[in-house]
Ligand binder design. Structure first.
Ligand SMILES: [Zn+2]
Length: 230
């Protein structure tokens, strides 16, 4: 059985694999290379276009909770700044610990350094960040095309009972790229009478924390309007 792929899409939208696991020439050149093997240690995924891809929510996909190991907005790889998040969770039935690594994010919903003792927990479907094109992506963004290179690099580490370290494996062995998350549509309350239309506002979530350039900030506001501070 596979779990849903941790990107939230609009109904009908599909995810596209642009670079598979172990591909020797990945879209993201430096940070995704496994130092030991020199190959791509995750998968690169887009939606239909950079505009559709940038700003998409990434979520925690497992039915058991995950805790944040590391979620930063100022990670530096290849002299470029981006946001990234690493979240770990243990399958209580099999005792296997999984680690998901999300790279090139435009923003994360919460930040935490590995040395922080704060415990941040995510449950299935919780938004942990937003897809971006920060860091070493190809093609690189330009002032004319600020969203170029937008994709999610997703890495999956697996630690079996008794093992000390995570081993990076192909995320698609566990996560179904054909089954992304689709936001739940709030049930429409029955109109009292006579054609009343009830509008159900989505729940307001906290504004994401992120490293967002000026051009991206404008687009970010379009895609993810900043909710009012309450
Ligand atoms: Zn990648």
């Amino acid at each position: 059985m596979k779990y849903q792929f941790p990107i939230q899409v609009a109904p009908g939208q599909k995810l596209i694999l642009t670079n598979p696991f172990n591909e020797p020439t990945p879209v993201d050149i430096s940070q995704a290379l496994n130092i030991e093997t020199g190959t791509h240690d995750g998968v690169d995924v887009v939606l239909g276009s950079a505009m559709e891809t940038w700003g998409r929510e990434v979520v925690w996909p497992f039915p058991f909770p995950g805790t944040v190991y590391d979620a930063e907005v100022d990670s530096v790889f290849d002299a470029k700044i981006h946001a990234h998040s690493q979240i770990n969770g243990t399958d209580p039935e099999r005792g296997i610990e999984y680690s998901l690594v999300y790279l090139h994010l435009s923003a994360v919903t919460k930040t935490k350094a590995p040395t922080d003792t704060e415990v941040i927990t995510y449950n299935k479907g919780d938004v942990i960040g937003y897809i971006g094109n920060n860091g070493a992506v190809q093609p690189p963004p330009t002032p004319a095309q600020p969203l170029a290179g937008s994709h999610l690099h997703l890495g999956l580490g697996v630690k079996n009972p008794g093992e000390a370290n995570f081993t990076m494996v192909d995320p698609l062995t566990l996560l179904d790229i054909n089954a992304p998350f689709v936001p739940a549509v709030a049930a429409m309350p029955e109109a009292a009478c006579c054609g009343d239309v009830a509008i159900v506002e989505p729940a307001v979530t906290a504004a994401p924390l992120g490293f967002i350039g000026e051009a991206e900030k404008v687009i970010s506001e379009l895609i993810n309007p900043t909710p009012p501070v309450v």
